[in-house]
Structure formats: structure tokens, C-alpha cells
Design a protein. Structure first.
Length: 688
């Protein structure tokens, strides 16, 4: 019987009589607890509330509060103890697993070629419209002067959009404080219609007599200062631009950004077999920028210290006469700062982190938990404008630029559709089309979407592992190095490729620019090489530095999740999660998982030349989490291959933990967290 109904069904006269009995014995307080426990008939919630009120142990306000909270407690208790019956079954495997069309078809690697709008994903795909951040024109803008300086100016034609009264503006310098973690703003300096700037970032505030009517931040490149501090030291060759979008698979690029996809297909070289090497952004981007795996980060690239000594490739380009730039549009998810120390000193010639931190202090509009608007401007558009400014300012300089975008792609698989037109607009900007004529442009992602319902499908499993990578070579490069470009094109169409190859290719470009540069082998993948060299057709995932768990070269045949074999593997995975957690000093904050159910399991298909025989398994635990693992048989037991993936969103569930690895697995051992997780599962809360 429902508890609320049970509480309400007791006879009111009985409750009054029972209350009178308690009043008689109130003086015998030492026996009160015994009397309460020993009564043969159960007491209702209202009985105890009445008792406490009449004996003056609670106020009327507290009584009302308790009455309000009782149904909530009843509800969450019901959810907590009946959660299993509320969770829908997950259909991870589909008929798509049986299809035989292939993206890559070599001896040891056969990557399936799925349609972007396949049956697995149709239920999860929608298009979302772009929404402007303001219906007013910007009140301030920057303008470059003939001597390489920059001025801040008031857009006089826009003043009427903000006020009919006189508007006065001032600007503050944005300054780094305490290394990489925060910024400070100087005292606001008044200016009339324009002012000359001397710092890389400023915040503008405009007021009337009634208060602030406008605030914005501007990124500034003082060209004359940089020309003095970073003189050209090598013969001009080309620019290298890396433009990255977080969490977009090759297939999702086709679905959510079809216009951008069509442009890239026409004008760039697409790498069909680009396979990630680890779970999230940090290891995949580190493989691209350093050639290191998570096991080879020490001692210079440890997450427990700043990255100032880390051999990130922009240092090599800088040492060889290139101006460098680096920026990410979401400062709190920043690759080098999320649960990490960042940089004590600016790592590149132009460093955009202070600018974006200041932008995030403006009034914001959030969508899908991401700060899509910072003040009056679209957050991603700020990054595009910074790239345009850099490329237009230094047309005649060697450049190495890295721009990374999270704000419209990280937290929702359909959200990139809002920016299809804006990204295409950026690619068609006159500065970009001109820059492409003397730049090697890499447009890419780190991995596909890692969480949510779409990830529980076969297509989602494949997409998470296959991000996109497109490259453009200028005409002069193609003329001067036809054989290298031909090799690159062949590899792009027919070979398994990884971020380690990407890193080796960047080194190769630097070598072509400066013959004295020494190319260093990748520590994460010693066998990996530049894509200007033909990749071995016998290549395996192991050769390419891809752990088996992330390898897409091998298929799986479905097993029954209820089979004894599957259940044994499921228990093993949960034991491995608990063992992993126990190795951290904060393990006491985390609940111990139990196996709730095996959702799906597959046994590896045979691929010529590979020795792997094992399972891909998805399990549900209690407390609620969804874990995916690749497991091999070893003797009479099992062996975990690579990492365990957590497929449900876990930010709020792991908020008691600071360590970035433990956060991925921990479920904070608190009653409130457990109840919150059940409610959020039912109502599909957007949790980071």
C-alpha cells in the first residue's frame, strides 16, 4: 500500500485517544522512547507531528515545513527503492552491427561505414535554430591604426539603441592574476569616442545617469609591440592553423552541420579512418600537441604541476620563428585547466585565456549548460573574431595557431546545428579565404559525443571513437611537394589514423619550413609517422597506439546479457571499477558499486592477424552508473583492456571529488546524491 495513503487512513479519533495517553505519560520522559517503540499499532506521520506540536517541541512554522516535506520524502524514497523498475531497457546493439559497408578495409582493420541518419540515431536527432545574443548592435569596437596600434571606439550610430540619455564609457585593463586561474581588472579609465590601447584585453563599461547600459570585453593584438618582441627569424613559408571542435564525430558533423560538411568535403581532404586514442579531450589533444600518451606524460607534462615545461609543439614552432596563439572559448572546461594547474606564464605569443575568463564574468545566456552568450556576443564568435584578427594582422608572418571550441558542441549532440551557418560564415570570411591560400588548415575534433541516450546505440559507440579531421594545403604547397600530398591523400582515404600521426605530421611541416629542425618520435606511439609518408597497410590498432577499448577495427557478435558468461564479465567490470576507486586517497567519499544488470554484451569477431578474443560489455550498477569496458579472457579469468568508460553524465554525482580521473568513476556516497540521481534519471536533468 502507498505510504501516504496508509498514513491518511488511520481513524482521527484513534489518534486523539492515543495522543491523550501520551499526554498522561509525558512526565515520564525516560520511558517515552520505550512507549513509542512498544505500541502495537503503527503511528501515522500526523500523529507524531501533533504530538510534537502539543508538547511545544516545534513551532507552527516548523509544523508547516514538515507537512510540506513529508510528501517529498515519500516520493524520493519511493524513487530510491523502486528505481530498477523505472529504468528503461537500453538497446545498445542493433542491426547496424551486421552491415558490411566499410570506411577502412585493410588486412587488420575494418571500420564500418554507417549512414549519418541511420535507424539507431533517428530518435535522437533534431535541429536547433541559432539564437542571437542581442538584438542591438555592439556599442564598442576596436580598430587597427596605420602604425600597428589599436584603438577602442564607440559606435555612435548604436548609442540610441541603449539610451536616450547621454552615455559615458570607460575601459579597464584585463590582467592575469595568480597564474592561470583568474583575472583582475584595473580602474576604469574614461574615454570619449576613442582611446589608444596598450594591453591584450580590455573590459568596456558604458553608463547613463541611471546605471550601466552596456558591458563587453575586447581582445587586442598590439602588432607593433609583437613585431618588436618577436622578430621574423626564418624565411616566410606558411601558416599552420588548428581549429578544433569538441565532441563532434564525423557522422554528427554530417547530421548537425551539413553546410560545413559539404564545404569541407569540396575544399579539404577528409581523413576517414581518424580514430581517437583515449577517452576525453585532454589525452587526445595531448597526443596531437605533444605525441605523448597518458603513460608518458611524466615528468614534464604532469597534471599535478603547471604545463610550462611541457614540450607542446607550439614551443618548437616559436623557437623556429613562428608567432603562436592559443585559446579556448570555455575557460572552465579548458584542456589544461580543468582539474589541472594550467600555465604560470603565457604559453604562446597571443594567449586568449584571460580574455575569455573576463568574458565569462559578463552577464551570460546558457543553453544545454554551456555559456553560449557572453555579454552581447556569441562565445564561439569571439574565437572566430580572434582568429580573423590574428590572420589579418600578420599576413606576412609565419604563424602557428590553435583555437579550440567547446561552447556549442560539448554538452548536447544536436547543439552544433545552431552554428552550422556561423561556422560556414567564418570559413567564407575574406580574411580566412585569403589565409587559406598560404596556410595549412586543420579542422578537427577530439572524439564524438560521449554521453546520453545516443551513446547507448551501436552508432553512438562507433561515433564516439571516430572524430573528424579535415586538412587543406595551399596551392604552392601542392606544387612544391606533390608526392607528399599524394601520400597524405592516400592515407586519408585508406588507412587507420590517430592523433599521434597528426603530431608527427605537424613536426614534418616544421621540418619542411626549417631543415635544421630535428623530428622527435612520438613517445605515445613509436611506430607512428608523418602522414606525408605512406602508412603500412598491415597496421593494427596496437601499431597505431590505440588501446583495444577504443579500437574500431573489429566488430562484435551479440551475446545474451542474461547468459552466465555475460554475468561473469559484468561482475568482473564492477570489481575493476571498485578496485580503481580504492587506489585514490579520496576513495572514502565514493560509494561501492554493485552489479545491477548487464545491459548488453558482445563477443569479438575474428579479424585476420589480430589475437584479441574478448568482450565489449555495458553494465548498469547500483548506485546508478553506466559502465562500458573491453575485457579479454586470460586463463580462467578476465583481463581489462584499456579504460572503463562511464556513459552517463556524472558531473553532479561526482561533485565531492576534485581529481579529474576519480571524478569519472566516483558516485559520492551521500543519500542526497543517490536520490538526486534517481530523480534526474526520471526527469532527464541536464547534468555535466
Amino acid at each position: 500500500m502507498d505510504l501516504a495513503f496508509q498514513c491518511a487512513s488511520y481513524d482521527y479519533k484513534y489518534r486523539l485517544k492515543a495522543f491523550s495517553e501520551v499526554k498522561k505519560s509525558i512526565r515520564q520522559s525516560k520511558h517515552m522512547a520505550v512507549n513509542f517503540r512498544s505500541r502495537s499499532k503503527p503511528r501515522s506521520v500526523l500523529f507524531y507531528i501533533e504530538f510534537l506540536f502539543q508538547t511545544h517541541q516545534i513551532t507552527r512554522f516548523t509544523t508547516a515545513l514538515i507537512i510540506l516535506l513529508v510528501p517529498i520524502v515519500i516520493f524520493v524514497s519511493y524513487v530510491e527503492f523502486n528505481a530498477d523498475s523505472l529504468i528503461e531497457p537500453i538497446h545498445f546493439r542493433s542491426g547496424l552491427a551486421l552491415q558490411r559497408k566499410l570506411l577502412i578495409n585493410t588486412t587488420h582493420c575494418k571500420i564500418p561505414d554507417l549512414e549519418p541518419f541511420n535507424n539507431d540515431v533517428l530518435a535522437f536527432v533534431t535541429r536547433e535554430p541559432y539564437e542571437p545574443c542581442s538584438d542591438k548592435p555592439l556599442l564598442t569596437y576596436t580598430e587597427r591604426t596605420t602604425d600597428g596600434g589599436v584603438k577602442i571606439k564607440v559606435n555612435q550610430s548604436a548609442i540610441g539603441f541603449y539610451s536616450s540619455f547621454p552615455v559615458k564609457c570607460c575601459y579597464s585593463r584585463v590582467l592575469r592574476r595568480d597564474g592561470d586561474s583568474s583575472v583582475t581588472h584595473s580602474e576604469c579609465e574614461d574615454f570619449q569616442l576613442e582611446a589608444t590601447l596598450t594591453v591584450p584585453s580590455i573590459r568596456v563599461t558604458c553608463r547613463t545617469i541611471f546605471g550601466v547600459v552596456y558591458q563587453n570585453v575586447h581582445a587586442v593584438i598590439i602588432a607593433k609591440d609583437l613585431a618588436r618582441d618577436f622578430p621574423q627569424t626564418t624565411e616566410k613559408k606558411w601558416k599552420v592553423v588548428l581549429l578544433g571542435f569538441d565532441s563532434i564525430s564525423r557522422l554528427n558533423l554530417q547530421r548537425s552541420m551539413p553546410r560545413v560538411f559539404a564545404h569541407l568535403e569540396r575544399n579539404f581532404i577528409g581523413l576517414k579512418g581518424f580514430n581517437k586514442i583515449e577517452d576525453n579531450t585532454f589525452p587526445n589533444l595531448m597526443a596531437t600537441l605533444t605525441g605523448r600518451s597518458m603513460h608518458t606524460l611524466e615528468p614534464d607534462c604532469t597534471r599535478n604541476a603547471s604545463f610550462d615545461k611541457c614540450d607542446i609543439i607550439w614551443r618548437d614552432f616559436s623557437d623556429n620563428g613562428f608567432l603562436t596563439a592559443y585559446g579556448e572559448d570555455e575557460p572552465y572546461l579548458n584542456t589544461f585547466n580543468f582539474c589541472k594547474k594550467g600555465f604560470l606564464r603565457p604559453p604562446t605569443t597571443v594567449y586568449l585565456r584571460p580574455y575569455f575568463i573576463s568574458a565569462y564574468l559578463l552577464p551570460m545566456i546558457y543553453k544545454h549548460t554551456m555559456g553560449v552568450c557572453t555579454g552581447p556576443e556569441n562565445t564561439a564568435a569571439r574565437m572566430f573574431n580572434a582568429a580573423i584578427d590574428m590572420l589579418s594582422t600578420f599576413k606576412d608572418r609565419n604563424l602557428f595557431l590553435v583555437y579550440w571550441l567547446n561552447s556549442f558542441s560539448h554538452d548536447n549532440v544536436n547543439f552544433p546545428s545552431t552554428m552550422d551557418g556561423k561556422v560556414l560564415e567564418f570559413l567564407h570570411h575574406p580574411t580566412i579565404t585569403e589565409a587559406i591560400e598560404d596556410s595549412i588548415f586543420f579542422i578537427f575534433s577530439d572524439h564524438g559525443f560521449r554521453f546520453g541516450d545516443i551513446r547507448f546505440t551501436y552508432s553512438g559507440w562507433l561515433e564516439e571513437r571516430l572524430p573528424f579531421l579535415y586538412v587543406n594545403f595551399p596551392k604552392l604547397f601542392k606544387r612544391d611537394y606533390p608526392e607528399l600530398v599524394a601520400n597524405f591523400q592516400f592515407n586519408a582515404q585508406h588507412r587507420l589514423i590517430t592523433p599521434y600521426d597528426f603530431h608527427m605530421t605537424l613536426q614534418n611541416l616544421l621540418k619542411l619550413s626549417n631543415s635544421s629542425f630535428s623530428v622527435k618520435p612520438s613517445l605515445g606511439c613509436p611506430k607512428c609517422k608523418s602522414l606525408f609518408e605512406l602508412v603500412d597497410k598491415e597496421r593494427t590498432c596496437e601499431d597505431a597506439g590505440i588501446p583495444q577499448h577504443w579500437c574500431t577495427c573489429q566488430g562484435y557478435s551479440r551475446l545474451s546479457p542474461q547468459s552466465p558468461e555475460a554475468v561473469k564479465v559484468g561482475y568482473f567490470v564492477i570489481e575493476e571499477v571498485n578496485r580503481l576507486i580504492s587506489g585514490f586517497s579520496e576513495a572514502h567519499k565514493c560509494a561501492t558499486y554493485e552489479l545491477n544488470a548487464v545491459e548488453t554484451v558482445g563477443r569479438s569477431d575474428s579479424v585476420e592477424g589480430t589475437d584479441f578474443k574478448g568482450y565489449l560489455i555495458l553494465v548498469r550498477s547500483y548506485p546508478y552508473a553506466m559502465f562500458e569496458a573491453t575485457v579479454a579472457r586470460k586463463g580462467g579469468g578476465f583481463e581489462l583492456l584499456g579504460q572503463i568508460s562511464r556513459l552517463n553524465r556524472y558531473g553532479a554525482y561526482s561533485s565531492c571529488i576534485d581529481h579529474d580521473v576519480l571524478r569519472k568513476y566516483c558516485f559520492c556516497d551521500q543519500w542526497s546524491t543517490k536520490v538526486f540521481s534517481r530523480i534526474c534519471y526520471l526527469f532527464k536533468c541536464p547534468i555535466l
